[in-house]
Design a protein around this ligand. Structure first.
Ligand SMILES: Cc1cc2nc3c(=O)[nH]c(=O)nc-3n(C[C@H](O)[C@H](O)[C@H](O)COP(=O)(O)OP(=O)(O)OC[C@H]3O[C@@H](n4cnc5c(N)ncnc54)[C@H](O)[C@@H]3O)c2cc1C
Ligand SMILES: NC(=O)c1ccc[n+]([C@@H]2O[C@H](COP(=O)([O-])OP(=O)(O)OC[C@H]3O[C@@H](n4cnc5c(N)ncnc54)[C@H](OP(=O)(O)O)[C@@H]3O)[C@@H](O)[C@H]2O)c1
Length: 269
C-alpha cells in the first residue's frame, strides 16, 4: 500500500469514517484479519456488517464486511478473504499498520440476537469467512446471559483455513469479559472437508447425522422449542442448512419479526 497514502483522497463526507489500521494477521494465502481504530460515534450490534474499503480512482472502493469484534470493543476487527484478482481484496491484503480504511457510518445485519426469539442453545453455523460475524457474537458478554450454550461450527476446506483456531479451542481464554462464561458455555466444532482432520463432514451432514455435540449438553437433534441458529456462508450452504432447519420446524427470523434462525450470505457469487 505504499502509494495509497499519497493518493488523492475523496473529501471525507457524512457517509464515511476514515480510520487507521492497527494490526494485520495473515492466516494463510486465502485469509487475513485486521483491526482499525474505532470512531467515537460508532454504534453497532454484535454480528452486524458494514461497508469498508480503500480509496479508488475517483471514489472509495467499498465492500460489505462483517465486524468480527463485539459491540463494546475498542478496535474494529475484520476477517477477510484474499481474492487474487478481486477489485478490493487484491489491494486490501497488502495493508499495513498506519494505512487508512474507509468505513461507512451505517451498520446493519440479521445475525443479531435481536432477530431471534429467546432460547437455551445458540448454534452458529459458518463456512469460510462466514466465521467473521460469529467472532463478534461469541465475544459479546450479553450472549452468555441470553443463552445457556453457544455452539460454533466452522467448516473449511483446509486445516490452515481454520482462522482463530487457537483462540476458539481455548474457549476464548484471556478475554477478560467472556472467558469465565465461555469456559462453561462455549463450544467450538471445527470441520475440515478436504484434508485429513478429526472431523471431516460438512455441517449439513453433521446436522443430518445429529453428530454435532462433542461435550454439548442436551439433545443431539436441534429443536425449535429451545434451540436457535444463525447461518453464515455461501448461498449453497445457507440454502442447504436452512432447508434442514425448516424440516425440523424452525422458522426464519428477521429484525422486524424475531424467530428461530437467521441467515446472511458471507459473500455474493
Ligand atoms: C453481507 C456481506 C458480508 C460480508 N462479509 C465479509 C467478511 O466479513 N469478510 C470477507 O472477506 N468478505 C465478506 N463479504 C464479501 C465482500 O463483500 C467482498 O466480496 C470481498 O471482500 C471480496 O472483494 P473483492 O472486491 O476483492 O472481490 P469481489 O468482486 O467482491 O468478489 C469476487 C469473487 O470472489 C469470491 N468471494 C468474495 N468474497 C468472498 C469470501 N468472503 N469468501 C469466499 N469467496 C469470496 C466470490 O466468488 C466473488 O464473486 C461479505 C459480503 C456480504 C454481502
Ligand atoms: N483453501 C482453499 O482452497 C481456499 C480457502 C479459502 C478460499 N478459497 C477460495 O474462495 C472461494 C470460496 O471459499 P470458501 O472456502 O468459502 O469455499 P466453500 O466452497 O464455501 O467451502 C467452505 C466450506 O463450506 C463447505 N460447503 C460448501 N458448500 C456447502 C453446502 N452446500 N453445505 C454445507 N457445507 C458446504 C465446504 O465443504 P466441501 O469442501 O465439501 O465443499 C467447506 O468445508 C473459492 O472459490 C476458493 O477458490 C479457497
Amino acid at each position: 500500500m505504499s502509494n495509497r497514502t499519497e493518493a488523492i483522497k475523496v473529501a471525507p463526507n457524512d457517509a464515511f469514517h476514515i480510520e487507521t489500521v492497527l494490526w494485520v494477521r495473515h492466516w494463510n494465502e486465502h485469509m487475513f484479519s485486521f483491526a482499525i481504530t474505532r470512531p467515537a460515534s460508532l454504534r453497532f450490534r454484535s454480528g452486524e456488517f458494514v461497508m469498508i474499503g480503500l480509496q479508488g480512482e475517483t471514489k472509495p472502493l467499498l465492500r460489505a464486511y462483517s465486524i468480527a469484534s463485539p459491540s463494546y470493543a475498542d478496535e474494529i476487527e475484520f476477517l477477510s478473504i484474499k481474492v487474487p484478482d478481486g477489485p478490493l481484496t487484491s489491494r486490501l491484503q497488502q495493508i499495513v499498520p498506519g494505512d487508512e480504511i474507509y468505513m461507512a457510518r451505517k451498520t446493519t445485519g440479521t445475525l443479531v440476537t435481536d432477530a431471534l426469539k429467546p432460547g437455551r442453545r445458540l448454534f452458529l453455523l459458518s463456512t469460510g469467512t462466514g466465521l467473521a460475524p460469529f467472532m463478534s457474537v461469541i465475544r459479546d458478554p450479553d450472549v452468555y446471559v441470553q443463552f445457556d450454550q453457544v455452539i460454533l461450527f466452522h467448516s473449511v476446506r483446509r486445516v490452515s483455513d481454520l482462522a482463530y483456531r487457537e483462540l476458539l479451542e481455548s474457549k476464548l481464554a484471556g478475554d477478560p469479559l467472556v472467558e469465565d462464561e465461555a469456559r462453561e458455555k462455549f463450544h467450538y466444532i471445527p470441520t475440515v472437508t478436504r484434508e485429513p482432520f478429526p472431523r471431516q463432514d460438512r455441517i449439513t451432514t453433521l446436522l443430518e447425522k445429529a453428530d454435532l455435540f462433542d461435550g454439548v449438553e442436551g439433545d443431539h437433534v436441534l429443536d425449535p422449542v429451545h434451540d436457535r441458529a444463525m447461518l453464515c456462508g455461501s448461498m449453497e450452504m445457507i440454502k442447504d442448512c436452512a432447508a434442514i432447519l425448516e424440516r425440523l420446524g424452525f422458522e426464519e427470523g428477521s429484525n422486524a419479526k424475531p424467530a428461530d434462525f437467521v441467515i446472511e450470505k458471507a459473500f455474493v457469487g
